[in-house]
Design a protein around this ligand. Structure first.
Ligand code: ADP
Ligand code: MG
Length: 608
């Protein structure tokens, strides 16, 4: 049979997609290959077609039991004899599968990397001819990748132990340079054909928003897309529950999906979504693997994901049919902190040696940082993503929120210098909030505790709005004038370009979105400037204080505003009183209320 026949007769397709044919040809000719193609591009076919044409057996290494099961069932359904060997099989099943393999009943065997080292597998490998080893999800071999699997490192040993070196084919959707180099080097590919295809999805519109109120923003976005199918990704199960509940209350038929639901519930949600009975799916990243729904018109990230790889994969589930679709990311500082927390927690359980763990963790933080920069860049978003994956993007796509926003360039050299100087003069010991609060001359508990009022930069940028200060700070990080540490406490330090800036050798020009001049815009600006007076950290405390207020209101059967007004709570956030005396300085707190509620509010502030 020829490859074209296999494609048609076995898989039922008329033609190869971009890149596939070349990878198939080279594999058949005995060349090692590395295929880097986005999710859904059709990587499996690139090794399955040669597997059926080559003489011996093909071993496919895959990291997940569910992926192996899927692919083997799909092959079996096509009439191809394939099997998987992993920890989901009993010992008896495993032995039988090996015996069948020895008899030549399978052309393709999927195996988990841990299996390769076992005695039984080694024996099998000596008895049969292995023509091709395909490493699926090959980024798992790299500590730079988003799902590093130490067991992937064993693949190379397995291959070296084989009597005849087979062809090696590696496939992944992760295309960063570091990952690519790790794959080539660790797997020991010999003069491989490396093919990177089509990361750009021109029909997708990319947008980043930083809404003060995400749920309200969501309603606005959904109103623009009535009845259309869309996915809303949240970072936690709790957020999924809340958002889904909120959307249902607002009259949207939304279903939910996360790992905490029963298999039956998940199946039902997924079907309701796929069959368009429920157009909106609210889900964690547990949803989407293997989902090929083509008419998803928007993917909204209610929280920022942990890295660009995850983001592009999830957002990429929009517009598979090639029609225009929207990918919107709602950023908040909280999202970054949750991700930091998760990276730290995840590392506690890893089976890696300690030093490796530190390296992996550092790289996770690094990817998170690049994800965060995506939310702050004012340049073309598509270009940012494509460059991340090592492709050339051009600087202007015309189809992302940055390319469609009018910007004006401002010189912020002085502001940048002051921020950098502030970091230097306080000994590079504090986080971003303290730096911003210092230059704007805020009077918070931390500012007092760290004696920042004595810092030469204290209040030096009081005239600059806080949101602008944060933009400048992000730019300083992006351009490596400053950097942040990746410890439990994110501290701001001087970056490699700091000296040039401090010495006055460089000017800083930043693109800011043009502020609208209409009267309505003016009114909004004023209001948002007021709201922006709270820092992100203050916002978080404000939320907790409101919750406490609600609890007290329930206990006393009074409306919350009777306990304290919003204004009072806001003032508390800014002043962060440390004791009863300071509490009395807060607007709206008299002796009576201080006596009655003081201890509980002070405790709440102390926790924050
Ligand atoms: P990847 O591993 O790159 O994410 P898959 O190998 O799972 O992608 O393939 C995604 C889908 O595309 C599958 O449904 C597959 O059958 C289909 N597909 C692959 N190649 C072709 C082709 N040449 N023509 C049509 N459909 C294809
Ligand atoms: Mg795949």
């Amino acid at each position: 049979m020829e490859k074209q026949e296999v494609l048609k007769n076995v898989f039922g397709y008329d033609s190869f997609r971009e890149g596939q044919e070349m990878l198939v040809d080279d594999t058949l000719q005995g060349k090692d290959v590395l295929g880097i193609m986005p999710t859904g591009a059709g990587k499996s076919l690139c090794f399955q077609v040669p597997a059926l044409l080559l003489e011996g057996i093909t071993i496919v290494v895959s990291p997940l039991i569910s992926l192996m099961k899927d692919q083997v069932s799909a092959l079996n359904a096509l009439g191809v004899h394939a099997a998987f060997i992993n920890s989901s099989l009993t010992e008896g099943q495993c032995r039988r599968a090996m015996a069948y393999a020895r008899e030549g009943r399978y052309k393709i065997i999927y195996a988990a990397p841990e299996r390769l080292e076992t005695e039984a597998f080694g024996e099998l490998a000596r008895q049969v001819k292995i023509s091709l080893v395909a490493v699926d999800e090959a980024h798992c071999i790299s500590q730079w990748g988003q799902d590093f699997r130490p067991s992937y490192l064993k693949i190379a040993d397995f291959i070296q132990g084989l009597p005849v070196r087979p062809v090696i084919a590696a496939y992944t959707a992760t295309a960063t340079r570091e990952v690519r180099e790790d794959i080539l080097c660790i797997l020991g590919l010999v003069e491989p054909t490396v093919l990177v295809t089509g990361y750009d999805r021109k029909n997708l519109y990319f947008e980043v928003k930083k809404p003060k109120d995400k749920s309200r923003e969501l309603l606005v976005d959904l109103q623009r897309n009535p009845d259309k199918s869309g996915i809303i990704y949240c970072s936690t199960r709790k957020a999924v529950e809340e958002v889904q509940c909120f959307l249902q209350a607002a009259g949207y038929p939304a279903v939910k999906y996360h790992a905490g639901l029963s298999e039956e519930e998940r199946r039902r949600s997924q079907e309701d979504f796929i069959y368009d009975r429920a157009p909106v799916m609210v889900a964690t990243n547990a949803f989407g693997m293997g989902i090929d729904k083509s008419n998803v018109r928007y993917v909204i990230h209610y929280n920022m994901p942990k890295d660009i790889e995850s983001y592009y994969q999830e957002a990429g589930r929009a517009g598979r049919d090639g029609e225009p679709a929207h990918c919107v990311l709602y950023y908040s500082g909280q999202d970054k902190r949750i991700n930091e927390f998760l990276i730290e927690k995840q590392m506690e359980h890893a089976e890696l040696p300690k030093e490796d763990r530190a390296v992996v963790q550092e790289r996770s933080f690094d990817r998170l940082q690049k994800m965060t920069f995506y939310c702050f860049t004012n340049d073309c978003l598509r270009d940012y993503i494509l460059r991340y994956f090592g492709e050339y993007g051009g600087n202007y796509c015309g189809n992302c929120s940055n390319c469609q926003t009018q910007f004006e360039t401002a010189d912020v050299t002085e502001e940048g210098k002051t921020l950098t100087e502030c970091v230097r003069s306080c000994g590079q010991r504090y986080g971003m909030t303290v730096i911003v609060d210092t230059v704007r001359g805020a009077d918070t508990a931390k500012i007092r505790q760290y004696k920042m009022k004595e810092n030469p930069c204290y209040g030096a940028l009081a005239a600059v709005p806080v949101y602008r200060l944060r933009q400048i700070l992000q730019y300083l990080l992006l351009q490596e004038y400053l950097q942040v540490t990746n410890d439990a406490y994110t501290l701001v330090k001087l970056g490699k370009n700091a000296e040039k800036l401090l010495a006055g050798e460089e000017r800083l020009q930043i693109k800011f979105p043009k502020e609208r001049e209409t009267s309505a815009g003016g009114a909004r600006k004023k209001k948002s400037a007021q709201a922006a007076a709270l820092t992100e950290e203050d916002e978080a405390l404000f939320g907790r204080l409101k919750a406490l207020r609600m609890q007290i209101a329930r206990e006393e059967h009074v409306p919350p505003y009777i306990v304290f007004s919003d204004k009072t709570l806001r003032d508390m956030c800014q002043r962060r009183p440390g004791d009863a005396q300071e509490l009395l300085d807060v607007s709206g707190v008299g002796a009576y209320k201080a006596g009655k509620y003081g201890q509980r509010f002070l405790a709440c502030i102390r926790e924050g």
